[in-house]
Ligand binder design. Structure first.
Ligand SMILES: Cc1cc2nc3c(=O)[nH]c(=O)nc-3n(C[C@H](O)[C@H](O)[C@H](O)COP(=O)(O)OP(=O)(O)OC[C@H]3O[C@@H](n4cnc5c(N)ncnc54)[C@H](O)[C@@H]3O)c2cc1C
Length: 259
């Protein structure tokens, strides 16, 4: 595998830092190539603004159009071009981050905002009566797999079906489906560690073992069976799931998963 690890934690000695280091050593020892984008260490610029498009920025600023034009012209900033190059190089992408306010840290969201540009990650492909662009199962990043490795302070029961935070699959749906599956990446079931704020050094060996196990079985892990957009499950252009495709009683985000 060629694995890109996108890592977002400000403290190198954190649990997230340890999990990132363990992923690098485990994968390299198993003979895989690994590259790491350590966003805090890179001092990653986390906000999109006119400076991203230099003198070519439109006024008023049109982020999507400007980013697509700069992508086409090869004039995106070097940091963004480097990350797009890493994504095209990789066949597997691991995101390592703590759950902050039910979501990814801002620096990682900013990485997505700036790297997943128009014409690269969205605005790809033709629209017709049978196709609505290349997205959700097709797109620039098709053929790649991604895995979220997430640490949460709350215990697992808070993320269960009736838990106060809602199911973890629901919280991660915007990333899994809206960010990763959108440009064509297949999404592996996440590796989630719960109750991490109460973890002690004694808990770490078991955690490390579980993480190593996931890493060494990535190639044989089945992705989440999200429905592909242009292959008959959805009406076009409404993009409603066709009636009767879902198992009886299923609602919500799970509608978009087959089986
Ligand atoms: C802004 C913010 C928002 C948050 N929002 C949420 C939320 O919405 N939902 C939620 O559930 N939680 C939330 N949290 C909690 C957060 O998810 C956890 O604090 C985080 O996941 C813990 O990861 P860490 O890498 O920072 O852990 P660390 O604090 O670095 O480590 C946690 C523990 O792991 C152990 N440990 C770490 N590394 C090792 C090692 N190498 N060897 C042995 N032991 C080790 C230590 O005992 C340590 O105390 C939030 C926290 C913040 C700061």
């Amino acid at each position: 595998m060629k694995t890109l690890i996108v890592y977002a934690h400000p403290e190198p000695t954190s649990l997230n830092g340890s999990l990132k280091d363990l992923a690098v050593s485990t994968l390299e020892t198993a003979g895989h190539e690994v590259r790491v984008s350590d966003l805090y260490a890179m001092n990653w610029k986390a906000v999109v603004d006119a400076a991203d498009y230099g003198p070519d920025a439109s006024s008023p600023l049109k982020v999507a159009l400007d980013s697509g034009r700069a992508f086409d012209a090869g004039t995106l900033t070097p940091d963004v071009r480097a990350e797009q190059g890493k994504l095209l190089w990789a066949d597997t992408i691991i995101f390592q981050f703590p759950l902050w306010w039910y979501a990814m840290p801002a620096i990682l969201k900013g990485w997505v905002d700036r790297v997943f540009t128009y014409h690269f990650a969205y605005g790809v492909g033709e629209h017709s009566d049978t196709r609505y662009g290349e997205r959700f199962g097709e797109g620039t990043l098709a053929g790649r797999k991604a895995l979220l490795s997430v640490t949460a302070g709350g215990p697992e029961s808070h993320y269960a079906a009736r838990g106060i935070n809602g199911p973890i699959d629901d919280l991660l749906f915007p990333i899994h489906h809206g960010i990763l599956y959108y440009p064509g990446i297949e999404v592996l079931p996440p590796f989630v560690l719960y109750g991490t704020d109460r973890m002690t050094g004694e808990d770490y060996p078991d955690v490390a073992k579980a993480w190593e196990q996931r890493l060494l079985t990535l190639e044989s892990t089945e992705p989440i069976a999200f429905r592909r957009q242009n292959f008959g499950d959805y009406e076009i252009p409404s993009l409603h799931l066709k009636e009767g495709l879902e198992p009886a009683g299923r609602t919500g985000f799970r509608l978009h998963v087959r089986g």
